[in-house]
Design a protein around this ligand. Structure first.
Ligand SMILES: Nc1ncnc2c1ncn2[C@@H]1O[C@H](COP(=O)(O)OP(=O)(O)O)[C@@H](O)[C@H]1O
Ligand SMILES: [Mg+2]
Length: 374
């Protein structure tokens, strides 16, 4: 751990307080800021005043060290600070255009859309891209991947890495996967993530799905506010971690289809306002035959825009690349050449997409039969 971030580097914080804090999962000065005084008082049993003093000291300490921004800053300073925000390329021209260069650090990006629209594929792709050298659009960082639906696939990481000319073994080594079994566990993982993020130079945190476990555990209207409160805590924590540690964060969210809505888009994100209000960017993925549409829904500075992308062995890809592959496949088929491995890959992806469309129509009402909150 960086010497400066040790809890006992704060004036007035001795071994007893340090112990109390680390027993409660607060391991460094950053964690103090991320959790905030109210929560710290709650989990350590400290007086709220004391917790406030410690958090203020932590803030001051980090401001002096240049690690976080001051409370009062000029717009010029904010502008300068924003220039230092890292961007991670998506590996595609289309999505890079939508993101205005790439996925930003110090921000939470929510990706929502129905089953099979490519949220997990996007998360896998970004887990590879963040590791690329800076000159190639990456941040040379590692990944903390919180998998709540057991859909993380190292094989996909290997294919995506190979497609981008990267060493798959090295890429796998730099993805720390945390499988979350229930929503409390999912939150705990994030609460304990500070030292992992720091020690491994994590530059991307993925929560795929951020909402699913909360949804399945808290069923029915009666538990809705309780669920929203817990989800709120998780999402805010994720967003504060992204800001404090200068990481990018992706939260995926499956939408439900409301068949009774005839105008506009019949889908709404399940997390409702909680996720929407916390995330800096919101991207909506939608199926359109074999292609996918991505729309920037809510952004402080991007125009509301749509682009078309596709899914392939290389993860999220430009639609032209998908077409090129299809043409190549057709050409090879007509000349009746023996199938090579690439050929069958393309075919199978086409097959998946087709069956996918059928699947999703039957899937949605069952999967998302729960009433909307708000
Ligand atoms: N190796 C692959 N090559 C091409 N397409 C793939 C591959 N693996 C998955 N896909 C596509 O990704 C879709 C699933 O996307 P996914 O990200 O899992 O959806 P979700 O939004 O539910 O997380 C599949 O329907 C398929 O079209
Ligand atoms: Mg998924």
């Amino acid at each position: 751990m960086v010497e400066d971030l040790r809890l006992d580097s704060l004036e007035g914080v001795g071994p007893v307080t340090t112990r109390k804090l680390s027993d409660a999962g607060i391991h460094n000065v950053m964690d103090l800021i991320v959790r905030g005084p109210v929560e710290i008082a709650e989990i350590t049993g400290m007086e709220k005043d004391t917790a406030e003093k410690i958090v203020n000291k932590a803030r001051q300490h980090l401001v002096e060290g240049g690690l976080i921004a001051k409370d009062f800053v000029s717009a010029t300073e904010i502008y300068k600070h924003r220039q230092s925000i890292g961007k991670i390329t998506t590996g595609t021209n289309c999505l890079d255009t939508l993101f205005d260069g790439g996925l930003e650090t110090q921000a939470l990006t929510e990706v929502y859309g129905e089953f099979g629209c490519g949220k997990t594929q996007f998360a896998h792709t970004m887990s590879v891209m963040v590791q690329r050298p800076k000159e190639e659009g990456g941040l040379e960082g590692s990944v903390l991947y919180i998998d709540t639906e057991n859909t993380f696939r190292p094989e996909r990481i290997v294919s995506i890495a190979q497609a981008h000319g990267m060493d798959p073994e090295k890429v796998l080594d730099r993805i720390i996967v945390a499988r979350a079994y229930n929503s409390a566990h999912q939150t705990l993982i994030l609460e304990e993530a500070g030292p992992v993020i720091e020690e491994n130079n994590v530059k991307l945190i993925v929560a795929d799905s951020a909402v699913g476990l909360f949804r399945s555990e808290y069923l029915g209207r009666g538990t809705l506010s309780n669920r929203q409160q817990k989800l709120n805590h998780f999402v805010h924590l994720l967003s504060r971690i992204a800001e404090t540690y200068n990481c990018a964060a992706i939260a995926t969210n499956q939408v439900m289809a409301s068949p009774d809505v005839f105008f506009g888009d019949p889908t709404r994100p399940i997390g409702g306002n909680v996720v929407a209000h916390t995330s800096t960017y919101r991207i909506y993925f939608k199926k359109s035959g074999k292609k996918r549409i991505a729309r920037m829904v809510d952004s402080p500075h991007h125009p509301e825009e749509e682009v078309i992308f596709a899914l392939g062995e290389a993860g999220v890809i430009d639609p032209e690349d998908a077409e090129k592959k299809t043409k190549k496949t057709t050409a090879k088929k007509t000349t009746k050449k023996a199938k090579d491995s690439e050929d069958s890959e393309v075919e199978s992806s086409a097959e998946i997409s087709e069956s996918d469309t059928v699947e999703s129509t039957t899937d949605i009402p069952v999967d998302d039969s729960e009433p909307l909150e708000e």
